[in-house]
Design a binder for this molecule. Structure first.
Ligand code: GLU
Length: 573
């Protein structure tokens, strides 16, 4: 027999994961308890740096943020980048920007791809390798982890055999052969260059049940985990399951609030907390957004690939106000939010106290874009003219330079282009103010982009460029149209008229040309007239704007002024 050197577990751990800077005991000391008041919720948002934020993830982060804020807790951003294939360049930056756009700010965590704030970092998993190794060594020393050499081919064979014989899939129990490799043999194989991972030696029994008390879903029963999960991959980085348990322990996360795709892994996670000797956090799993698939008629998850509205950047690009998105998410988050918000018109989302038990527990919320757009219309209708102007200006600066150039403030314009041109700031504000700043404002913009779509004709530059055709509704005879608009501008238009006088004049004009000025009279005897006052004003409206659907005509005429009205009408002559 060759003189085999008997190795202790400690030596074995050091051989497998050499050169760790600190022991796990030192790390425990480096990340002390947080000094927070009783009941403070410490939670996190923990995306992979894919650069993409799903609306469902925004919901999760919003809920997490609310609970931490409500309890004077801590909300941090941890980047889970151990799966290098899912990482993209500047992915962290993109995620932070998208989240910040929606008012999701963090007390601690990554602030860009390279910088961070807070005392419990690093907040990027790829920079915490030493920490994971320290705890992996702890498990190896305690005989709760071991090196595994199983190749992809061997694992495939195990799976195929399990499938054929209708057994549970996975590396567990008698399938987990590498559990039984003696340390000395493992050392030899590694010295010979064989690749290995570190696996948990799961102490779980599949035939025993664990109960997870999910704060949203209630009691969930699941079998204990008996699979020997990989904890350190052969690139030296940990798996998510292992890493998040260590991170949440050291960062003192009290609540793991996350998407419910993780529910089925919770038995593994709790097992990690237990074998590592950590206190298990509370779990709250949030159901995903679903929608009815147009082709199948069945409900399915809102998909990054198929549904543009799944990306939060969609709302930014379309110009849906952040506030509307957040109000919508709040209505989804807690079933009683909407009624509360309706009764407390001036309240802010932050004034509402969210409760876990009011979060929908099953099936997933149907994503209702129409509802979101209605919330948005309502929200935008309540802004003052100055507010809506600023927001449309800001939006256009990024997404519609043509409109921006028309709206831009004198000062901005001068600074940017050194051109002393005063574009239409006041004029634009007056247009935006039509049927605004009143008790029941007009709700015609669902997005900032809608502003241009609704009132483009008020700018001659846009009218000349985009005019397509006139949408005359009832009176379509060219001569009759000319007669109405020419008589109106020549004989009845006066820019000093107040609204009543203006309307009386439209009535007079109608009567003069054989239309009923009085709707009651018209209804009683429609055959006695060519039409009525509404038909006449529609002609004026369409001749002015090309559209039959506009805000208040009196205001449009007043803002255009006689010369421009004449100019518009002349296009029909
Ligand atoms: N990195 C995981 C994800 O992107 C996080 C899950 C969690 O919050 O624990 O889904």
């Amino acid at each position: 027999m060759k003189g085999l050197i008997i190795m202790t577990n400690k030596e074995f751990a050091e051989f497998l994961l050499p050169g760790v800077k600190h022991t796990w005991q030192e790390y425990e000391e480096m990340y002390p308890e947080r000094d927070l008041k009783e009941g403070a919720i410490v939670t996190r948002f923990a995306p992979s740096p894919t650069g993409f934020v799903h609306i469902g993830a925004l919901l999760v982060s919003f809920i997490a943020q609310r609970f931490s804020k409500q309890t004077d807790g801590v909300f941090f951003l941890r980047i889970e980048d151990t799966d290098t294939e899912r990482s993209i360049e500047n992915g962290v930056q993109k995620i932070i920007r998208d989240l910040n756009d929606f008012g999701i700010e963090f007390d601690e965590g990554m602030t860009s791809d390279t910088t961070e704030k807070g005392k419990y970092g690093p907040y990027k998993q790829s920079e915490r390798k030493d920490i994971y190794w320290a705890y992996a060594k702890k498990l190896i020393e305690e005989d709760l982890a071991y090196p595994s050499f199983a190749t992809k081919e061997e694992l495939d064979t195990i799976r195929e055999t399990q499938e054929k014989s209708k057994q549970r899939i996975g590396y567990y129990g008698r399938w987990a052969k590498d559990r039984f490799i003696p340390k000395e043999e493992a050392v030899e194989r590694i010295k010979n260059g064989e690749k290995f991972v570190i696996r948990l030696k799961s102490p779980g029994d599949f035939y025993k049940t664990i109960v997870v008390n999910d704060l949203i879903k209630g009691k969930i029963e699941m079998p204990e985990n008996d699979i020997d999960e990989v904890i350190i991959k052969n690139d030296g980085l940990p798996t998510y399951h292992f890493a998040h348990a260590i991170d949440d322990h050291l960062m003192h996360t009290t609540h793991v609030i996350r998407g419910d795709e993780w529910v089925s892994s919770t038995n593994k996670h709790i097992q990690f907390f237990n074998v590592l000797g950590f206190k298990v956090p509370k779990y709250a799993h949030i159901a995903p957004f679903v929608k009815v698939d147009e082709s199948t008629g069945n409900k399915r998850k809102l998909s990054k690939r198929k549904d543009p509205e799944a990306a939060v950047s969609f709302y930014h690009e379309k110009g849906v106000p952040v506030e509307a998105v957040m109000i919508y998410l709040a209505t989804v988050a807690n079933s009683n939010f909407e009624a509360w918000f309706d009764c407390n018109k001036d309240a802010k989302i932050e004034d509402f106290k969210f409760e876990f038990k009011k979060i929908g527990s099953s099936g997933g919320a149907l994503f209702d874009l129409d509802k979101l757009m209605n919330i948005s219309k309502n929200y935008l209708s309540k802004l003052t003219k100055d507010e809506i102007y600023d927001r449309v200006l800001n939006y256009s600066k990024e997404f519609d330079t043509e409109f921006y150039d028309l709206l831009v403030k004198y000062e901005d314009y001068r600074i940017q282009y050194q051109i002393l041109l005063n574009k239409y700031e006041d004029y634009s504000k007056s247009i935006f103010n039509i049927e605004r700043e009143q008790k029941k404002p007009r709700k015609d913009y669902a997005t900032y982009a809608d502003a241009k779509k609704q009132i483009w004709y008020m700018y001659d530059e846009l009218f000349d460029k985009y005019f397509e055709n006139y949408d005359f509704v009832k009176i379509t005879d060219k001569e009759e149209i000319k007669n109405i608009i020419n008589t109106y501008i020549d004989e009845y238009y006066d820019e000093n008229d107040d609204k009543d006088t203006w309307f009386n004049k439209i009535k007079e004009l109608s009567e003069k040309l054989g239309y009923a000025g009085n709707m009651k009279e018209y209804k009683e005897n429609p055959d006695a007239f060519k039409g009525n006052v509404a038909d006449v004003s529609t002609v004026i409206r369409v001749a002015l704007t090309s559209s039959s659907m506009t805000p208040d005509l009196y205001e449009l005429l007043r803002l255009m002024g006689k010369d421009r009205i004449k100019e518009r009408f002349s296009k029909l002559n």
